[in-house]
Design a protein around this ligand. Structure first.
Ligand code: CA
Length: 438
């Protein structure tokens, strides 16, 4: 588990002025990674690090000789069109680069002139997926979401007895994961209305969101060699926001007996900036199962995980309907929760995923599952917020939503703040539902 060091010092400021306003997601204490290029250009995609409203071009920085030693090797790996090689170098390498960037971007740094020439304004950038995602696994780590959904799908048996013992997950599909800004056609599929004798094929009428976080795997493990929970976090490169779009009318007809399939694999959207585990060190939270619940089995338990396995990350989802867009008044918040409510931690996800010897690889993505909090206003999917479609959400402009309509944009945001630490954030994860193909 990364420890606090000089890079987290809340007193640090940067010669990039926009990093110092106390409101930016990207102060010098954050330094998240993305893959970017100038909008509309034919430039090569390459790694960058956010600072205020700017991006440090890592390819340009390496060329300019901005780094040495381990930091240079890490930055060199990040000049490629994906961050997989940087991720595979492990936490020590990205930590060396973080330390070098922190020093070079500090107020008064001798590297100012060199790095200033390597800045690209975020307003002029476009982003690609930060990694080539080989495998995507989605967990189900909110007991509140699992219970809310279970009540709707199985009223007599909402929370299955395995839930409190085993971190539930399924293997998803990586080809349809896109970066923020993604828009996708409303999916079609088999739907069976409760009162019908047989299913029909139609465009989904129950388009939903799932507010999640995604964990990018850093260094992998060899097939057959589980990752112990004590080492699990050193295999996580960092976190992004993840919207796991879901078709709630396709899902109930197909999900038994093998789990989610076409209701889930038509689109998933992630934010471009990966906030590293090291950047999150000031925002750890204790982890415990409620009294009376089964305690995690030994391979899912460690003193460090109990002391600080949780992450205090505030999360919100907002909707912007076409009418709101036309009026120019901005989006409306539909939920606000915190990642610390999860029933299983990031380290437990990694330890469980590999307990059977399954090999994780750099750039694999592990979704947390929908991160609904303990109360209904902290629910992170429309199916919960509307009680299965029965109670539409009232939006401030007079509109209602039960499910998403064509042209609706959903925006996820995440940030961390507490006294004695610099506020850091994740940027945005934005996606839009378009009309179906016919
Ligand atoms: Ca999900």
């Amino acid at each position: 588990m990364p420890e606090l060091n000089a890079t987290h010092d809340p007193k640090l400021t940067s010669w990039v002025e926009s990093a110092n306003d106390g409101r930016t997601d990207f102060p010098i204490q954050n330094l998240p990674f993305a893959i970017f290029r100038r909008q509309g250009s034919q430039e090569a995609w390459r790694g960058g690090v956010a600072i205020g409203d700017q991006i440090v071009d890592l390819a340009g920085s390496v060329q300019a000789g901005a780094f040495s030693g381990n930091a240079r090797a890490a930055a060199q790996a990040a000049t490629e069109p994906t961050l997989n090689r940087l991720m595979g170098l492990g936490a020590t390498a990205s930590s060396a680069l973080r330390q070098a960037l922190s020093q070079a971007l500090q107020t008064g740094s001798a590297a100012e002139a060199t790095l200033k020439a390597c800045l690209v304004p975020q307003a002029e950038a476009e982003y690609a997926l930060p990694a080539r995602i080989g495998d995507y696994t989605d967990f189900y780590t909110s007991v509140h979401h699992a219970t809310n959904i279970g009540k709707l799908f199985r009223p007599d048996n909402p929370l299955l007895p395995n839930y409190k013992w085993v971190p539930i997950g399924y293997h998803g599909r990586s080809s349809s994961i896109g970066v923020s800004g993604q828009s996708f056609k409303r999916p079609r599929g088999q739907v069976k209305p409760a009162d019908a004798d047989q299913p029909q094929v139609q465009a989904s009428q129950r388009m939903d969101i799932e507010l999640e976080m995604g964990l990018f795997v850093g260094a992998g493990n060899a097939l057959g060699e589980p990752i112990a929970i004590e080492q699990a976090e050193s295999h996580i490169f960092g976190l992004v926001l993840l919207n796991d779009w879901s078709a709630r009318d396709i899902q109930p007809w197909e999900y038994q007996p093998l789990g989610p399939f076409l209701a889930k694999n038509f689109a998933s959207t992630i934010s471009p900036w990966i906030v590293t585990m090291e950047a999150l060190a000031p925002f750890r939270a204790p982890f415990a199962h409620p009294e009376g619940d089964p305690q995690p089995l030994p391979y899912l338990s460690s003193s460090a995980n109990s002391a600080a396995g949780g992450l205090n990350i505030q999360l919100e989802a907002l909707i912007e309907t076409p009418k709101m867009r036309a009026a120019g008044g901005g989006p409306a918040r539909i939920t606000h929760t915190n990642y610390r409510h999860a029933y299983w931690t990031a380290a437990q996800m990694v330890a469980h995923h590999t307990v059977n010897g399954c090999n994780l690889q750099p750039g694999d993505l592990l979704g947390t599952g929908t991160l609904s909090g303990p109360t209904l206003d902290q629910a992170c999917a429309l199916i919960e917020l509307t009680s299965g479609g029965k109670n539409p959400i009232q939006l401030a402009n007079g509109e209602q939503r039960t499910w998403l309509q064509d042209g609706d944009t959903v925006i996820l945001r995440g940030w961390c703040e507490r006294p004695g630490a610099a506020r850091i954030g994740f940027g945005e994860c934005v996606g839009t539902v378009l009309a179906s193909a016919d």
